[in-house]
Design a protein around this ligand. Structure first.
Ligand SMILES: Cc1cc2nc3c(=O)[nH]c(=O)nc-3n(C[C@H](O)[C@H](O)[C@H](O)COP(=O)(O)OP(=O)(O)OC[C@H]3O[C@@H](n4cnc5c(N)ncnc54)[C@H](O)[C@@H]3O)c2cc1C
Length: 356
């Protein structure tokens, strides 16, 4: 019987960081397996349907600053996966008088979106991976360890396998839990790396999706950024009209709660949180709430966005075997930061493996 082919790199997580890493690793000729606990790829670049209505309920848009990410976005645009949304959004900021000031949309910096939703970009990346990369969805990693210079991955269902290296893109507190379960304790991980990784924290975020029976009152181009208290009384950080955005055939609002609100209400009953967020969004919903809102769904992101960013694009937990953490908490935040960090982690792994 022939031996199964050796896996060079196990990538944990199929969000934008994991898929960017997998592309880079594949381009360097590595045999890769990407392990994702959800049914689909994309992670926090999440698009969801409620009936006919379509919602982006994690990341809402992305911007492009660096060259490498720009190349990826250009290519994805030509392939019909992403498109320009706008040059900025209406902002509501507290004025010195205590009243709210509404600042007009547009600062000249392009905001991008997936053509049918934010998941289009990660889906496009996954579809372009060559055969030597296997993307396995619906598999949860339960432990990451090391023995005899090999990475040992354990899955929830008890399956185990080995690889020469691992790129770990889960939110950092989850990565540390996976290391601890796999036997990579504080003493085994490089102490400075462990210290750095232990400092990473994330804000939670409630995302309320609401299907409306008529167009919303959100001004063009379909998004409002709230900079603090105001008519939304500090509850809301972001409000988007997914129909104006061009991804939903029906009027569909995504309402993101602010970090302080999300922390305060994290364990509250979903019906209570839904009522508070709808009330805060009332000025942008035409008509009485019970009639105008046809359906809602509340998502609770525990690790929405990092509260601070580490200065390096990756942190190596161990070098022999190479096990590296990356994602949006490393060097740059958000979608672009996560993609760039994934690529940097992949390049580091390729260098270490080549030196073996
Ligand atoms: C509400 C919200 C709004 C946001 N708005 C914006 C925005 O407008 N613009 C912007 O640029 N960014 C925004 N972001 C941030 C952006 O979504 C992230 O920075 C980016 O998507 C992070 O990508 P990632 O690959 O690092 O992590 P993730 O997307 O979190 O990917 C990690 C993956 O690991 C998987 N995973 C976790 N544990 C396991 C396990 N044990 N086994 C297997 N798989 C596992 C997860 O399911 C996930 O798919 C927002 C995020 C949220 C939540």
């Amino acid at each position: 019987m022939s031996e199964p082919p050796t896996i060079d790199v196990a990538v944990v997580g199929a969000g934008i960081a994991g898929l960017s890493a997998a592309s880079e690793l594949a381009a360097a000729g590595c045999r890769v397996v990407v392990l994702e606990k959800s049914r689909g790829v994309g992670g926090r670049m999440a698009t969801r349907r409620l009936g006919e209505a379509v919602f982006d309920h994690g990341a809402q848009f992305f911007t492009v600053r660096g060259r490498a990410f720009g190349v990826l976005v250009d290519e994805s645009r030509q392939a019909g996966a992403v498109d320009r949304w706008c040059d900025g959004f209406v902002r509501i900021v507290p004025a010195a008088s205590g009243a709210d000031e509404v600042l007009p949309a547009g600062d000249g910096h392009t905001r991008w979106r997936g053509v049918r939703g934010m998941t289009d970009l990660p889906k496009h990346l996954a579809a372009g991976l060559p055969e030597r990369v296997e993307v396995r969805t619906g598999v949860r990693v339960s432990g990451i360890g090391a023995a005899s210079d090999r990475v040992r991955i354990t899955l929830d269902d008890g399956e185990r396998f080995e690889s020469r290296a691992a790129v770990v893109t889960t939110p950092v507190p989850q990565a540390l839990d996976l290391f601890a379960s796999g036997g990579l304790s504080e003493g085994v991980i490089d102490p400075e790396s462990h210290r750095l990784l232990s400092t990473v924290d994330y804000d939670p975020c409630f995302a309320l999706m609401a299907v409306l029976d008529r167009p919303s009152l959100v001004p063009p181009p379909g998004g409002i950024q709230f900079e603090s208290a105001g008519p939304a009384r500090g509850a809301i950080a972001w409000l988007a009209d997914n129909r104006q955005k061009g991804i939903s055939p029906l009027p569909a609002l995504t309402i993101h709660a602010g970090a302080a609100f999300s922390r305060r209400h994290f364990d509250d009953d979903p019906a209570t949180v839904t009522a508070l967020l709808l009330e805060a969004a009332r000025p942008w919903i035409d008509g009485q709430l019970p009639e105008a809102v046809l359906e809602t769904s509340l998502q609770r992101w525990k690790f929405a966005q990092p509260t601070s960013i580490l200065k390096d694009p990756l942190v190596a937990a161990t070098s022999a075997p190479p096990i590296v953490c990356c994602g949006d908490a490393f060097a740059g935040p958000k979608v672009e930061g996560a993609a760039s960090s994934g690529m940097a982690a992949a390049r580091w792994v390729v260098r270490v493996l080549a030196a073996e």
